[in-house]
Design a protein. Sequence first.
Length: 293
Amino acid sequence: MKEWLTDYTTFRLGGSCRELATVADAKAAAEVIRGWNAARIPWRVMGGGSNLLVADAGIPEAVLRISSELPDCRLEGDAVCASAGTALDALSRFAAEEGLEGLEFGSGIPGTVGGGVCGNAGAFGLQLGDVLERVEVLTREGEKKILPRAALEFAYRQSSLQQTGDVVVRAWFRVRAGDRAALKAKREETLAARREKHPDWRVQPTAGSFFKNLPAEAEGGRRQSAGIFLEKAGAKAMREGGAYVFEKHANIVIAGPGATARDVAKLAARMAGAVKERFGLVLEPEVRFWGQV
Ligand SMILES: Cc1cc2nc3c(=O)[nH]c(=O)nc-3n(C[C@H](O)[C@H](O)[C@H](O)COP(=O)(O)OP(=O)(O)OC[C@H]3O[C@@H](n4cnc5c(N)ncnc54)[C@H](O)[C@@H]3O)c2cc1C
């Protein structure tokens, strides 16, 4: 049965998909994949839908949504093991509450562990690929495989999963013993800083930073903020239909009332065009487009 992806993305945009199956564990995911493969139904995978722009006309594929209401995390030796459907923020909270250091940077990042590993999500100069030890994936055929970190070829907001299409079902992250009170305080500080700088996607639908930051000017330096170039190019005053740029951050697009995915895509193209014209720099979307947007 067709389902509207509007209900499952933080942009709250997009048309329908052929069918949607929400699963929380590896066994259920493998069953769905094998069933769709046997019936020759093309499919995609999603987690929290917090990095997706889905076309207004929808997509022809079925969608496997790996997401769970309750976190599934546990300590195994010196690693925390989490299911792919666990919210990334819940994983960070679990680590802080258990006095385990290493996952504080994930506090407040929307989406799931699976989506975060696929896109190498991060903040404050740290990303999941820095702390990941290994993952359990299902291949496109539904076969289980364990991959070490090196196989994922992590780079800025990139992993090899974006090419292979392997589906993350579980991940292990290296942690070390830390001070519980200090970790909890750090988490609260991070959440407060994010509340100050980012929109609440439940109130202002968005997918966070629309474009990737630019490569550092010098080797080994920090990446250059796309938001700064966008601001200087006048992006904050831009609007297309119901889509507009967040007043506190020129790299964040909000889908306001009546916005369509097309509005968001047109606005993003104008934003990138302005940076190209003013600075000669090419911005690459961090948000992933599904269908003909
Ligand atoms: C307000 C806001 C703030 C944000 N801040 C940050 C930030 O600070 N840092 C940051 O990095 N991102 C940030 N984001 C973007 C987003 O939260 C991350 O990219 C997040 O990791 C996406 O996870 P998801 O589960 O929502 O993935 P989805 O959006 O559902 O999917 C994204 C991609 O991952 C793939 N995928 C999803 N699940 C799996 C899986 N189990 N196995 C394999 N592939 C999978 C999908 O096919 C798709 O290609 C922000 C977003 C919002 C709305």
